[in-house]
Design a protein around this ligand. Structure first.
Ligand code: MG
Length: 159
C-alpha cells in the first residue's frame, strides 16, 4: 500500500484578547493569538502536514496572509479546502497526530472536542486523529507565554 507522510509546524504570538481558537474550538483565555486568520496554530500545523504529505507546498502558498479572503478567517475552512485538494488528487487522510505546546490555557478539557472537529473536517473517524497538549516546562517563548506552538504529522493513502 502506498502511504505518504507529512510534517507541519506553526507558531502564533499572543496579543491582547479574551480567547484563542485551537483545533476549531474557542477557548476563553486572557490573551488572543495574533494572526491574519483566527490564529489556529493547531489547524495550521495539520494543514501543513497534509500538504507536505503530497509535496503541495505550504499553507502560506495556498492561503496567502495578504489575501483579504482569509482575514480573520475560520481556519476550519482552510482544513476543509486542504482535504478537498487531497481528495481531488485521489488521496484521503489516514491519520494525524498533533501536539500543542503552551503553558496556558489548559487544553486537556478541550482535546476530545478538537479531535472530533478535526476529524469531521478531514472526513475521518475521531480515532484517526490524535491531539496532545504539553507545556515546555516554562522554557523558551512558549514557556514565557509569548505564544503557542503546534506540530503535526499526517499520513495519507490513496482513496
Ligand atoms: Mg499560522
Amino acid at each position: 500500500m502506498s502511504v505518504r507522510i507529512g510534517i507541519g509546524y506553526d507558531v502564533h504570538a499572543f496579543t491582547e484578547g479574551d480567547h484563542v481558537t485551537l483545533g476549531g474550538v474557542r477557548i476563553a483565555h486572557d490573551k488572543a493569538l495574533l494572526a491574519h486568520s483566527d490564529g489556529d496554530v493547531l489547524i495550521h500545523a495539520v494543514c501543513d502536514a497534509l500538504l507536505g504529505a503530497l509535496a503541495l507546498g505550504d499553507i502560506g502558498r495556498h492561503f496567502p496572509p495578504g489575501d483579504a479572503q482569509w482575514k480573520g478567517a475560520d481556519s476550519r475552512l482552510m482544513l476543509r479546502a486542504v482535504q478537498a485538494l487531497l481528495q481531488e488528487r485521489g488521496w484521503r487522510v489516514h491519520n494525524v497526530d498533533a501536539v500543542v505546546v503552551c503553558e496556558r490555557p489548559k487544553l486537556a478539557p478541550h482535546v476530545e472536542i478538537m479531535r472530533s472537529v478535526l476529524a469531521e473536517d478531514m472526513r475521518v473517524e475521531p480515532g484517526a486523529v490524535s491531539v496532545k497538549a504539553t507545556t515546555s516546562e516554562r522554557l523558551g517563548f512558549t514557556g514565557r507565554e509569548e505564544g503557542i506552538a503546534a506540530q503535526a504529522v499526517a499520513s495519507v493513502v490513496p482513496r
